[in-house]
Ligand binder design. Structure first.
Ligand SMILES: [Zn+2]
Length: 463
C-alpha cells in the first residue's frame, strides 16, 4: 500500500523532457515509477491528467532574514512567509545565505529551530565567511553542521562590508579560504566584483548623474559587467590553483558569463548560476528604481547571452537571489535605494513562460537548472533533485498552458511586490509537494505545511 499515487501526468524523469508515468510515494520518498495506469493501491491519488510533474525546484541562492534585515530569520513567521512564496513558485528546498560576523555555531541551534518552526519546505544554510574565527571553524561547519558551501564577498574591501555589518577581506583571505574549501571537499560561492574599479566608475557615474535620473542605466554604469568578469577570472584562477570547487553566484553579464565559461575550459571546477531577473529584465525596463539589484540589471544583449547559456548547456543553475525587504527600501533615488528583489514565487512560472514557451527551453533543461544541478553542487544529490526511486518525493506539478497575470496582492513574500507585476505568465504551479506532503494544492497554500520543513545536513563532495 502506497501513501500517494500521482496518476496520469507527464513526468520529467532524469534525462527526459517528460514521459507518461505514474509515481508511487511511500513514507515521504519516491517508492516506484510505474507504467501509466499500472495497478497500485494507495491511500490517496492525485489526478495529474494534463499536468507535468517536475522535480521540486531547489533554490540555492536567497536571503532569509526579518523585516529589513536580511542576515538571518528571527521569527518562525519569517520562514513561513518566504517559504509560502517558495511553495507557490514550485520550490521545495532552499538554501539561504546566513550573513553575520559572529561565529555561526553560537546561533546555529536557534536559527535552525526558528526556521524549522515556520518552514513549509526543506532548507539548508550557506555561511558567509568574513572573519578569522569563521575561517578557522570551516572544517567543523562542514563536518558537524552539514554546511559545505561558503560565500565570500570579494567586494568587501575598503569598508565596503560595513553596509552589511561585515569586516573587510583581501585576496590573502580568499587564498586561505580556497585552501580550506579544497581540503574539506566544500564549495566556494563568491560574489564576484572588483570593487576598487567599481568605486572609480561609480564616482564618475554619480558626477554625471547626481540625481540618479538615469535610473537603472546609471546604476549599471556604476558597476558594469567587466568588473564582475574580472573577479570571476581572478577567483577562477585561485580555484584552479588550490583545487577549490567553485560556484559563481548571480552571473548577470555576458562578460562575466564568458569569463566563467573560459575558467571552465582552463580546468576550473565551476558551477555557473544566473537569476531570473537577469534573463527577463534589463536596464531599459520601465520598472524604475525598484529594479536596483547588485549586480545591476544589464543590457538586453547580456540577457540574450544568458538565455543562450541556458539553451546550450553552459549555464548550470538558476538561483533567485530572493530578497524580502519591502518596497519602502527602494526610496530615495537610484543611488540611495536598497539593492535586491523578491523572486521565489515567480521562479517556475517565469522559466516556463519566458523559457519554455517563448524560447524553446526544454523541460529537461529546466529540471536540470532548477533541481538536479543545484542538488549536485550543494551536496543534496543523494536525497533530492531528481524524480527517481529512493529520493525524496519533492515535486512541482505544473500546468504548462494555464496563464495568469502577476499581481501585487497575490505575493506571499514579506516583500509584497514583484518586478514582474502585470506580466501574463503561461505555465503555472498547481501543486507543490515536499516529501510527499502538499505545501501548495490546487494553487492554494496548505496551512498545515507550516513547520513541516526540515533542516538538511548536506554532504561535502569528498569525505
Ligand atoms: Zn544574494
Amino acid at each position: 500500500m502506497f501513501d500517494l499515487l500521482i496518476r496520469g501526468g507527464t513526468v520529467v524523469l532524469p534525462g527526459t523532457d517528460g514521459v507518461a508515468a505514474d509515481i508511487a510515494v511511500r513514507e515521504g520518498r519516491i517508492a516506484a515509477i510505474l507504467a501509466p495506469g499500472e495497478a497500485a493501491p494507495a491511500h490517496e491519488t492525485l489526478d495529474a491528467q494534463g499536468l507535468h510533474v517536475l522535480p521540486g525546484a531547489i533554490d540555492a541562492h536567497l536571503h532569509l532574514g526579518s523585516g529589513k534585515d536580511i542576515s538571518r530569520p528571527r521569527l518562525p513567521a519569517d520562514a513561513a512567509a518566504e517559504t509560502a512564496a517558495a511553495a507557490a513558485g514550485g520550490v521545495t528546498t532552499f538554501i539561504p545565505y546566513w550573513l553575520g560576523a559572529e561565529p555561526f555555531e553560537t546561533a546555529f541551534d536557534e536559527v535552525r529551530a526558528v526556521t524549522e518552526a515556520g518552514a513549509r519546505i526543506d532548507f539548508g544554510y550557506h555561511f558567509i565567511i568574513s572573519t578569522e574565527a569563521q575561517l578557522a571553524a570551516l572544517p567543523r561547519y562542514v563536518r558537524d553542521y552539514g554546511v559545505p558551501s561558503f560565500k565570500l564577498f570579494m567586494n568587501n574591501r575598503g569598508g565596503e562590508g560595513k553596509r552589511l555589518g561585515l569586516p573587510d577581506i583581501d585576496d590573502g583571505f580568499l587564498l586561505r579560504l580556497c585552501e580550506a574549501v579544497a581540503a574539506h571537499g566544500a564549495l566556494l560561492c563568491p560574489h564576484p566584483e572588483n570593487i576598487e574599479a567599481a568605486w572609480i566608475l561609480r564616482d564618475r557615474a554619480m558626477a554625471a548623474d547626481p540625481e540618479g535620473k538615469g535610473g537603472l542605466a546609471s546604476w549599471n554604469a556604476s558597476r558594469p559587467g567587466w568588473v564582475e568578469a574580472e573577479a570571476v577570472q581572478r577567483v577562477g584562477l585561485f580555484s584552479r590553483v588550490t583545487g577549490a570547487r567553485l560556484y559563481v553566484v548571480h552571473i548577470s553579464s555576458q562578460a562575466a558569463y564568458e569569463a566563467a565559461v573560459q575558467a571552465r575550459a582552463l580546468g576550473t571546477d565551476i558551477t555557473i548560476e544566473t537569476c531570473p531577473h537577469y534573463l527577463t529584465l534589463d536596464e531599459t525596463s520601465s520598472i524604475g528604481d525598484v529594479g536596483k539589484i547588485n549586480p545591476p540589471l544589464r543590457a538586453a544583449s547580456d540577457s540574450a547571452a544568458l538565455w543562450q547559456g541556458l539553451l546550450d548547456g553552459g549555464m548550470d543553475t538558476i538561483g533567485t537571489d530572493h530578497v524580502h525587504r519591502d518596497i519602502s527600501a527602494k526610496q530615495g533615488g537610484i543611488w540611495q535605494a536598497s539593492p535586491g528583489c523578491p523572486g521565489l514565487q515567480s521562479l517556475l512560472p517565469l522559466l516556463l513562460s519566458e523559457g519554455h514557451h517563448k524560447r524553446g527551453l526544454r523541460l529537461g533543461r529546466i529540471a536540470a537548472l532548477c533541481a538536479e544541478n543545484p542538488a549536485r553542487a550543494m551536496g543534496l544529490a543523494a536525497r533530492k533533485g531528481r524524480i527517481a526511486p529512493g529520493l525524496d518525493a519533492d515535486f512541482a506539478v505544473v500546468d504548462l498552458n494555464a496563464e495568469a497575470v502577476v499581481r501585487r496582492q497575490d505575493q506571499h513574500s514579506a516583500a509584497g511586490y514583484s518586478l514582474h507585476e502585470g506580466w501574463s505568465l503561461r505555465g503555472q504551479v498547481r501543486h507543490t509537494l515536499v516529501r510527499g506532503r502538499f505545501a501548495l494544492r490546487e494553487g492554494a497554500l496548505v496551512p498545515a505545511a507550516v513547520g513541516t520543513g526540515r533542516y538538511l545536513h548536506r554532504q561535502p563532495a569528498i569525505a
